[in-house]
Design a protein around this ligand. Structure first.
Ligand SMILES: Nc1nc2c(c(=O)[nH]1)N[C@H]1C(S)=C(S)[C@@H](COP(=O)(O)OP(=O)(O)OC[C@H]3O[C@@H](n4cnc5c(=O)[nH]c(N)nc54)[C@H](O)[C@@H]3O)O[C@H]1N2
Ligand SMILES: Nc1nc2c(c(=O)[nH]1)N[C@H]1C(S)=C(S)[C@@H](COP(=O)(O)OP(=O)(O)OC[C@H]3O[C@@H](n4cnc5c(=O)[nH]c(N)nc54)[C@H](O)[C@@H]3O)O[C@H]1N2
Ligand code: SF4
Ligand SMILES: [Mo]
Length: 556
C-alpha cells in the first residue's frame, strides 16, 4: 500500500508515495500525479527512506536536561508563561517558529500567542530567508502573492535566474527547466557573482558584483522604456508610480554591476524582445542589505512590461523551506495578523478577534527575529518558546543568540533530536517527525498539499500542534484549543481565510473548510483554485484572481 505525502526538505514541495515496509521503514518514490514534480525526485527526496530510524530521537520531555513526564513538563510551561504574562505583560513572552512547521502547527501557535497571550512577539526562521520578498511583494502588489506557477517555467521562452542556485537548492524545478529547455530551446540567464552548477544550462551568465542587482534591473527598466517595450495599456490600468520608478531607475548607475558591456547588452536585448519571461529569484536577492529594493527592481520590470499573471510570464520568488509559504498564509509573523490580514489595521484585528472569540489582541507589530533574541538577552523576554528550528546555529551572530537563550528566564524548545538549542533550554518537548504526523504544506507556487502519517509515532512524542493546544488548555483556554485532529485545525484556518477574501485579499481557501481533509477534493480537477465562486479577486497590480494568483490545493 502506498500513501501520498509531501517531501519535507524544500519549497518545491514534491509529492511522494510512501510504501511502509512494516518494520518501521518505508520505500519512497515520486508521485507521478503531483503537479510539483510529476514523479520526479532529487537525491534528497529519494534518500528520505533512509532517514526514518529512531536513532538520536528525543522520546521523552526533558526538564533541566533530565527526563520528565508530559504532565510535569506541560504544567511547567503553562505556569511560567502565565507568570510572565501576569507579572510583566504580553510583551514579555515570545515564540520563535519555523518555515518547516506544518500549517496546522503554525495556526495553533499564532492563535495562542496573538489571540490569547495577546502578544505579537512571534517570528520565524523564514525571517532569515523570505522577509525581503514579503516586504517587496507588499510594497509592489499590496499583498504577499507570488503571481506564477511552476508551469510558467516550462511555458516561458526566457527564464532569468537571479541569485538562485536552482540546480542544488530546488533540484526538481531545475530538472523541469532543463527538460523544457531541451524540448523547446528556452533561453536561460543566470545572474550570480559565482559560476554555479546552475550555469550548466545557462545561455548567458552574468557574474555581477555582489549586491548590485537593483542597479542591473534598474538598467533593464530604463531599456524597456527606451525601446518601447513598456506595456502602456497594462501600466495605465494596473500600475501607479511608473514615472517615479523610471526616474529613479535612470538615476541608478549600471556601472555598479561591473558587467562587461556586451553581456549586459545581450541580457537587455533578450528581455526587451521576449514576451514570455519568468524571473526566478532567491537568496542572492533576499539575503542582502538591499534585499527589498532588489525584489522591487525585479517586480518593476515585470509590471512595466505587463509580463505578469499570464502563462509563461512573471516574477517568481522560490521559497526555500517546505512550508515557508504556509507560514506566510497563516500570518505567524511579528508584522502580520493572519491570512495576509494586517496587524496595524483595526478592522482586520477586530474581525480576527471576533472569529477567534479571543480575550485580547496585540495592537501593533511585535519583535522580529533579531530583535527578539536581543530582547531576551536584555531580560525583556521572560518566556520564550522555540519550535522546529535551531537558532543557536542558524541565526546571524549565533553565539550572541546562544547567550540570549541562556540568559532568558525560561526557554522551551520543541524538536525531534538534541540540538545546540535544545541543550540550552529549560524544557525540551519531543515532537513527532515527518512520516509520523499529518497536516498541510504550501509550496513555492502556492499549491497546498497534504503531508500524511505513514508510520506510527513512537511512544513519548506528540504533534507540535497538540503540544501547543495542551499548554493552552492548561492556561485556561481549552475551549478555543479543543480540536481533536489536524483536520479540525485546518478547517478553522480555512474558514478564517474567508474573512480575508471578504476584505478583498487574495488568500481565501474557505472553499476547503467543509471538505474531507483526507481527500480535500479540489473543485475542478487537480491543482485548482480553492476560493468559493464569486469571491473577491486580488487587490494587487496582478488584477483578477486567475489560476496564477489564486491559492491552489492538490490532494487526491
Ligand atoms: N541541498 C539543499 N537544498 C536546499 C537547502 C539546503 O539547506 N540544502 N535549503 C533550502 C532553503 S531554506 C533555501 S532558502 C534555499 C536557498 O536556495 P538559493 O537561494 O538558490 O541558494 P543560496 O546558495 O543561498 O543562494 C543562491 C545564490 O546567490 C548567489 N549570490 C550571492 N550574492 C549575490 C548577489 O548579490 N546577487 C546575486 N544575483 N546573487 C548572489 C550565491 O552565489 C548563490 O549561488 O535552498 C533550499 N534548498
Ligand atoms: N550561516 C548561514 N545561516 C543561515 C543560512 C545560510 O545560508 N548561512 N540560511 C538561512 C535560511 S535561508 C534558513 S531557511 C535558516 C534555516 O534555519 P533552521 O530552521 O534553524 O535550520 P534547520 O537546521 O533546518 O533546523 C530545523 C530544526 O527542526 C528540527 N525538526 C525536524 N523535524 C521536526 C518536527 O517535526 N518538529 C519539530 N518541533 N522539530 C523538528 C530539526 O531537528 C532542526 O533542529 O537558516 C538561515 N541561516
Ligand atoms: S526538490 Fe525539494 S521537495 Fe523535491 S524531492 Fe528534492 S528536496 Fe524534496
Ligand atoms: Mo531558507
Amino acid at each position: 500500500m502506498s500513501i501520498r505525502t509531501t517531501c519535507p526538505y524544500c519549497g518545491v514541495g514534491c509529492g511522494l508515495l510512501a510504501m511502509p515496509d512494516g518494520a518501521g521503514g518505508a520505500r519512497i518514490a515520486g508521485d507521478p500525479d503531483h503537479p510539483a514534480n510529476r514523479g520526479r525526485l532529487c537525491s534528497k527526496g529519494t534518500a528520505l527512506g533512509q532517514t526514518l530510524g529512531l536513532e538520536g530521537r528525543l522520546l521523552s520531555p526533558l526538564i533541566g536536561g533530565r527526563p520528565a513526564g508530559w504532565d510535569a513538563a506541560l504544567d511547567l510551561v503553562a505556569e511560567r508563561f502565565a507568570a510572565a504574562l501576569d507579572r510583566h505583560g504580553p510583551d514579555s513572552v515570545a515564540f520563535y517558529l519555523s518555515g518547516q512547521m506544518l500549517t496546522e502547527d503554525y495556526y495553533v501557535a499564532n492563535k495562542l500567542i496573538k489571540g490569547y497571550m495577546g502578544s505579537a512577539n512571534v517570528d520565524t526562521n523564514s525571517r532569515l530567508c523570505m522577509a525581503s520578498t514579503v516586504a517587496g511583494h507588499r510594497r509592489a502588489f499590496g499583498t504577499d502573492t507570488v503571481p506564477g506557477t511552476y508551469e510558467d517555467l516550462e511555458l516561458a521562452d526566457l527564464v532569468v535566474l537571479a541569485g538562485s542556485n536552482l540546480a542544488w537548492c530546488h533540484p526538481v524545478l531545475y530538472q523541469r527547466l532543463a527538460a523544457a529547455r531541451a524540448a523547446r530551446g528556452t533561453k536561460v540567464v543566470v545572474i550570480d557573482p559565482r559560476r554555479t552548477a546552475t550555469c550548466e544550462i545557462a545561455d548567458l551568465h552574468l557574474p555581477l558584483a555582489p549586491g548590485s542587482d537593483a542597479a542591473l534591473f534598474n538598467a533593464l527598466l530604463v531599456a524597456l522604456a527606451d525601446r518601447g517595450a513598456v506595456d502602456r495599456a497594462f501600466v495605465a490600468a494596473h500600475v501607479t508610480g511608473f514615472d517615479a520608478a523610471l526616474a529613479a531607475a535612470r538615476a541608478s548607475d549600471p556601472g555598479a554591476t561591473g558587467l562587461p558591456a556586451a553581456a549586459l547588452a545581450t541580457f537587455l536585448d533578450w528581455f526587451c524582445t521576449t514576451g514570455r519571461v519568468v524571473t526566478v529569484f532567491s537568496q542572492g536577492i533576499n539575503q542582502s542589505a538591499s534585499g527589498t529594493d532588489k525584489v522591487n527592481a525585479i517586480l518593476n520590470c515585470h509590471l512595466a512590461s505587463g509580463r505578469i499573471g499570464r502563462p509563461g510570464m512573471g516574477p517568481f520568488s522560490v521559497t526555500g523551506q517546505p512550508n515557508a509559504m504556509g507560514g506566510r498564509e497563516v500570518g505567524g509573523m511579528a508584522n502580520t495578523l493572519a491570512c495576509h490580514l494586517e496587524i496595524e489595521n483595526p478592522v482586520h484585528r477586530a474581525a480576527v478577534q471576533a472569529f477567534w472569540g479571543s480575550p485580547r489582541m496585540p495592537q501593533a507589530p511585535g519583535l522580529k527575529a533579531v530583535e527578539m533574541f536581543r530582547a531576551a538577552a536584555e531580560g525583556r523576554i521572560r518566556a520564550l518558546w522555540i519550535i522546529h528550528t535551531n537558532p543557536a546555529v542558524s541565526m546571524p551572530e549565533a553565539d550572541a543568540v546562544a547567550a540570549a537563550i541562556r540568559a532568558c528566564d525560561f526557554v522551551v524548545v520543541n524538536d525531534v533530536t538534541e540540538t545546540d538549542t535544545t541543550r540550552l533550554a529549560d524544557v525540551v518537548l519531543p515532537a513527532t517527525a515527518w512520516g509520523e504526523k499529518s497536516g498541510t504544506v504550501t509550496n513555492s507556487d502556492r499549491t497546498i498539499s497534504r503531508q500524511r502519517a505513514f508510520l506510527p509515532a513512537p511512544a513519548g512524542v506528540r504533534d507540535d500542534w497538540r503540544i501547543l493546544a495542551d499548554v493552552a488548555a492548561r492556561m485556561g483556554w481549552g475551549a478555543a484549543f479543543g480540536w481533536a485532529s489536524p483536520a479540525e485545525v485546518f478547517a478553522e484556518h480555512a474558514a478564517l481565510s474567508g474573512i480575508a477574501g471578504r476584505m478583498g485579499l487574495d488568500f481565501d481557501i474557505s472553499g476547503l473548510a467543509g471538505c474531507d481533509y483526507d481527500r480535500l477534493p479540489p473543485p475542478a480537477g487537480p491543482s485548482a483554485p480553492v476560493a468559493p465562486a464569486g469571491s473577491a479577486s486580488a487587490s494587487s497590480a496582478t488584477a483578477a484572481s486567475s489560476p496564477r494568483t489564486a491559492a491552489r490545493a492538490w490532494c487526491p
